[in-house]
Structures are given as C-alpha cells and as structure tokens.
Design a binder for this molecule. Structure first.
Ligand SMILES: C[S@@+](CC[C@H](N)C(=O)[O-])C[C@H]1O[C@@H](n2cnc3c(N)ncnc32)[C@H](O)[C@@H]1O
Length: 222
C-alpha cells in the first residue's frame, strides 16, 4: 500500500492512498470534516436529543484515529459514558501516524490519548478513561459478527466509487440490525444509490448541509 501525507485546506493533514487514488478525508479540511459530520451532526446531535448516558458508537474505518480523538475531546466537557468500537482491517504504519499534525493543530495535551488509541492491542476492550471503553477490531465490516445495540454509527469508509463493496446492502442491513431504535448513522457520503439503499432497509434519511466543499451529508435514523 502506498501512503503519503498531504495537507488539507484547514491546515490539518490527511493521507493519500495511491492504490485507491483516494484520501482519508476531504481535501477541504480533515479536522473540519470530522467535526461537522461525526461530532456535530452525529455525537452532539444524538446526545442532545436522547439524553442517554451509556452510549455505544461503532466506527467503520479507524484510519488516522481523528474521529476518536475528536470524540474524546467533545466528551471532556460532558458526563456521558461511551463505548467506542472501531473497525480497522488495515491499520496505518507507525511511521505515518507519528508524522500526522493533529496534535500540533489541536493541542499537545491530547498527544497521549492519540498515541494510546493507536498503540492499544487490537481486539481487546480497554477502559481508556473513566468515561470511555475502547475496542479496535482488526477486521472488516464484511467479516465481523456484530452483537451490540449501537447508538451511533460513524460510517467513514472510502467512497463508494472506490470501495463499493463496503457500502452494499448486506453490510448496511447488518449495521441496521445492530442499532437501537432511534439510533443514527452519519457519513460524509450522500450518493443517490446509498440513500435509496438506506431507505429500502428501513432508515429514515436526513440530508444535511455538508462540511466545506461538500453540499450534502447524510444522517440516517433507525
Ligand atoms: C476514509 S478512511 C477514514 C478513516 C478514519 N475514520 C480517519 O478519520 O482517518 C477509510 C478507512 O476504512 C478502512 N477500511 C477499508 N476497508 C474496510 C472494511 N472493509 N471494513 C472496515 N474498514 C475498512 C480503511 O483502511 C481506512 O482506514
């Protein structure tokens, strides 16, 4: 796999995968994208609406760990407890992770949690703080047998044009069956086929303004 760090327009890094000819985030700002799609329109929306305490998040694609880092930061000022379960069949090499500029952009105080999230053993649940249980499974969405009633899905796979198999109805059905009623799935993707598939499975699909450079994003509710 050939990977190269590149800068996005908010100054934060992302990674370019030349085999797929695809980046890990929007070129219009990786931190900006993660914050809007997953934190603001996902986690914050859900917590403000559901007022639940022990919530379960499933992330499809841990990658750089940016969504987890921003989740950790968001929860610092709140009392909720979460279980963060993330899937990553192709963990990034350490040489790449070490060079990402998220900590210098966001704050040195977050270096430890960022490194910890990458260094923890795969497939073992850990209490990383009093509020967060964390599990990183080295397995694909296709292969995992899910057994939790998740509250929030961070669907952050590569685009359907690059990895169509991840977005297929079999995976979406599996995810749907492992969500609570009222749970949400958020993603930067708003392709027509994806929205039609979500609806045919039973999701209610909300189309929201996307992060900079992207007209729309999707929040689907079970
Ligand atoms: C668009 S990147 C985003 C990653 C991450 N959320 C981030 O902020 O860096 C997509 C991620 O999905 C992972 N991935 C690829 N195939 C997958 C699969 N079948 N199931 C789950 N994740 C997969 C990739 O290795 C990559 O890390």
């Amino acid at each position: 796999m050939s990977l190269r760090i590149i800068k996005t327009s908010d100054g934060s890094d992302t990674i370019f995968n030349s085999e797929l000819n695809e980046t890990y985030h929007s070129l219009n700002g990786s931190i900006n994208e993660s914050n809007i799609v997953y934190i603001q329109n996902g986690l914050e929306y859900y917590l403000n609406r559901k007022k639940e305490n022990n919530i379960k998040i499933l992330e499809i694609g841990f990658g750089t760990g940016l969504n987890f880092l921003l989740t950790y930061i968001f929860l610092e000022k709140r009392n909720e407890k979460i279980y963060y379960h993330t899937l990553e069949p192709y963990p990034l090499p350490n040489e790449i992770i070490k060079k990402l500029n998220y900590i210098s952009k966001i704050g040195n105080q977050y270096g430890d949690i960022f490194n910890l999230s990458h260094n923890l053993k795969n497939d073992k649940k850990n209490a990383v703080t009093k509020k967060i249980d964390f599990l990183k499974s080295k397995i694909s969405i296709e292969d995992i047998a899910l057994s939790n009633n998740y509250d929030i899905i961070f669907f952050d796979a590569f685009a359907p044009s690059k990895q169509p198999s991840i977005w297929n109805k079999k995976n979406l059905n599996k995810i749907y069956s492992n969500m609570k009623y009222g749970a949400i799935l958020v993603t930067y993707c708003s392709s027509g086929q994806f929205k039609r598939d979500l609806k045919s499975i039973g999701f209610e699909v909300d189309v929201l303004p996307g992060p900079m450079g992207k007209k729309e994003m999707v929040r689907a509710i079970k």
